[in-house]
Ligand binder design. Sequence first.
Ligand SMILES: Nc1ncnc2c1ncn2[C@@H]1O[C@H](COP(=O)(O)OP(=O)(O)OP(=O)(O)O)[C@@H](O)[C@H]1O
Ligand SMILES: [Mg+2]
Length: 363
Amino acid sequence: MKILSLRLRSFRSYEQLQLCPPDGVTVLVGENGAGKTNLLEAVHLCCLGKSHRTGNDRDMIRSGADSAAVQLTVKREDGVHDVGVRLYEAQRRKKLIYINGKTAPRIGELFGHATAVIFSPEDLRTVRDGPEVRRHFMDMLLCQRQKSYFYALQMYTAALRHRNALLKGEDLRQLDAWDEELCRAAGPLVQCRRALAGELDRCCRDHYLYIGGKDDEVFSVAYRGHLENSPDVYADMRRGLERAREEDIRRQTTTFGPHRDDLNLTLSGNDMRAFASQGQVRTAALSMKLAAFDALEKTQGEPPLLLLDDVLSELDPERRRRLLGRVKHVQTLLTCTDLSDLTGADPACILKVENGTLTEIGG
Ligand SMILES: Nc1ncnc2c1ncn2[C@@H]1O[C@H](COP(=O)(O)OP(=O)(O)OP(=O)(O)O)[C@@H](O)[C@H]1O
Ligand SMILES: [Mg+2]
């Protein structure tokens, strides 16, 4: 997949911008706050319908503007795909998605046209923090893989919200109806996550060995959840909800189901969160992202876009060389504050980011 153009209007620090990056690595260099991450965020928005760093779409609208527009055109093996997102300041106006020039009826239609994997310093959280970041990691990947996953997730999340609201009240008559919705949506979630975890485990192990360079460390990823081994997710979800019902009513929340899923990360059998050093955590996080990249490449038959936000400075030269070696066939947007972070990289183009504009300074 290759970006033909990225166009922004009133997006973050940019009033108007068009970027047509060449094949290979495009470096965005600039001071802190220059607007480098903003550009990666714009690509992420077109691939996933939301920012990777804010849950509030309005944050991305340039201060003082009433709307923001981002348009990403990519060339794929099957032709050109054009994705646009428009955000509005007004509370009552929903974001609009355009696919090949037409307004999409549902946000989910965005998935799978342009796809990307972003690496950022916050990835360490995928290893260190609680289960929700690992569910988010799986969800972001699975939504890009198939939009039916997004719709199942949307249905599950809505049913869960309704059920939890109901559990906080007196009238529980609708509980059966929401249980049914949860059971129907749980199937695709559990099946896709379980299959993904298996794939990730195989790839992560290799990437960890390669980047870490120590062959006695085995990094492993396993799916954990109430339904991890269930042969019939619908039926087992139903049984689980029934069994938990009394407790759910007492605790006023849903205690059983894939919204409690996790990925169990281990290094040579030891729990990563409790056991791993800083460097091991970083290598594990990178391996997971590389495995996510492989998973998307495998489904689509071509590599997704790669967004590397400020990650090279965190790596020693050898690991940097290994990371870049793994993805050299891929169109990449890479940010840094200092060109000396690029040792080992072979950029096709270097752009200086300053005052909302881009200037080519090398390649
Ligand atoms: N909605 C907005 N309207 C106008 N400017 C914004 C908006 N949101 C963010 N900015 C500006 O964008 C800049 C931050 O951009 P960005 O996060 O891309 O910086 P960066 O180059 O990645 O910096 P760093 O090297 O520190 O990561 C800040 O100067 C901020 O004031
Ligand atoms: Mg940044």
